[in-house]
Design a binder for this molecule. Structure first.
Ligand SMILES: [Fe+2]
Length: 459
């Protein structure tokens, strides 16, 4: 976990405590008995909504835009900033315990949601007419909309700030990427919270009825979206697999790279599950852009000409462009585009350096190079696991993220490598390989290793 993430988490907790203290000192009637029953019901509703985990994953990470946001917002509008904020924070702590989340994730959720509730509620009660309901006057409606906007900004802003260092992005970039397409759902859900206080005024228990429209409906909708994403990924992975069949030396390369990526991610339990899934999805199709490269360049058993190299080096950008049109890969575009960047900034296509390279791209770079080295190539036989790991160590801090190399080396030590089918040496066994490629192999096996001996390089 990056130091920045820990520091930002601590600052978020302190800010939340400070906000509660300030609003408490300004409101001596923060814990009215009449609000306690309502607060308890809202607490249960928030926990139920979180446990059912109706959320909308978008872009690089999943913001928890569950219906619990509506109940959290409503808690602030009904019970006031102090009691509402405490209820929301407590609900997320209970949810974290039930879901067995890492303490830091539970802390971020509880503090972020708590602060959003305190700030939005305080703003609402500053602006609203006290004798009217949340929808009882134009002034109160406007106050509710502004409070919802504040809730949204604080919630997504604090999460972006804390997660950005983990993803190797700037906080503003992180927020901007995730904001696109999310605002409609988020504002709709949060604004819905304005109606809940009206129901509570009638009868606090009436909000239990909302379980059907707010929990069941989104559940069914989200199930359909997930199915569509799954089918899209199956088709794209089939295309990537078919593409690799063109060359017997790269056959099933992406599948093995994906297994190595899974190995690395298993050693990084702090990575949010949807984020890990997006990185795995990217690994499956990371070389899809080679569909735009000529067979002659891909299979050439000798040093590439500058033009051929330029053509090959376009494949990350082409791959990113292809998947950019598919919602199922929305979180994977940058990972695919940057999987040939180098830690020292001399990679391609954009020459990103260090943690500016997306985390998923840094992980795939290590897995990609390792599989390239432990597989037969037209110019050399497969290297052993030990030799390949030694080569990765040489590229530690220059080509690769040193932390990823260390994690992979530790994780792979106890695992056997995924099976690599031996490459048939005759062209007749390689259905898509032109005959011309089979002939230079014997020559290439003797001479090319010396000509092409170089740093570890992904295929
Ligand atoms: Fe690649």
């Amino acid at each position: 976990m990056p130091l920045k993430t820990r520091v930002y988490t601590l600052l978020l907790v302190l800010t939340t405590v400070l906000a509660v203290a300030i609003t408490w000192s300004a409101d001596p009637y923060a814990f009215e008995t009449s609000h306690l029953v309502t607060a308890a019901i809202l607490l249960v509703m928030i926990v139920v909504a979180e446990v059912l985990d109706i959320s909308f994953p978008q872009s690089v990470i999943t913001f928890h835009v569950s219906v619990s946001a509506a109940f959290s917002f409503a808690a602030g509008l009904t019970a006031g900033p102090v009691l509402g904020g405490l209820v929301v924070a407590l609900a997320h702590i209970i949810d974290g315990v039930i879901a067995r989340r890492q303490p830091i994730k539970t802390t971020v959720n509880a503090a972020g949601m708590g602060l959003s509730t305190v700030a939005s509620s305080a703003l609402y009660f500053q602006l609203a007419e006290p004798d009217r309901s949340t929808i009882g006057s134009f002034q109160n409606l406007l106050a509710g909309i502004l409070a919802a906007a504040v809730y949204t900004l604080i919630n997504t802003g604090s999460l972006s700030l804390i997660v950005a260092p983990v993803m190797g992005l700037g906080p503003i970039e992180m927020w901007r990427i995730n904001w696109g397409g999310l605002h409609v759902e988020l504002l709709t859900l949060v604004t819905l919270g304005s109606l809940i206080p009206v129901l509570i005024r009638e009868n606090p228990w009436s909000i239990v009825l909302l379980i059907v429209p707010l929990l069941l409906g989104p559940h069914l909708a989200f199930k359909g979206i997930r199915q569509a994403h799954h089918e899209t990924r199956v088709v794209m992975e089939g295309l990537a697999d078919a593409l690799e069949r063109r060359d017997p030396y790269t056959y099933r390369h992406s599948i093995r790279v994906t297994e190595h990526v899974r190995t690395i991610l298993a050693a990084m339990p702090q990575i949010h599950r949807p984020t890990a899934e997006a990185i795995i999805a990217a690994a499956h199709v990371h070389d899809l852009g080679k569909v735009g490269s000529q067979d002659g360049s891909l299979k050439k058993p000798a040093e590439l000409s500058p033009e051929e190299r330029q053509e090959i080096e376009q494949h990350p950008a082409i791959g990113a462009e292809i998947v950019s049109r598919l919602e199922a890969y929305r979180q994977s575009i940058d990972t695919i585009r940057h999987h040939h960047e180098r830690w020292d900034g001399t990679g391609y296509p954009d020459g990103l350096q260090g943690e500016r390279i997306p985390l998923g791209a840094r992980i795939i770079a290590v897995a990609d190079a390792f599989d390239a080295m432990t597989s037969d190539r037209v110019y050399r036989a497969a290297l052993s696991k030990e030799v390949a790991l030694a080569e990765l160590r040489k590229g530690r801090g220059t080509q690769f993220d040193p932390q990823i190399v260390d994690l992979f080396e530790t994780a792979i030590a106890t695992r056997s490598l995924p099976a690599v089918p031996p490459v048939e040496r005759e062209s007749r066994h390689a259905p898509d390989a032109p005959d011309a490629l089979a002939r230079p192999f014997a020559w290439g096996k003797r001479v090319l290793p010396r000509l092409l001996a170089r740093r570890p390089q992904a295929s």
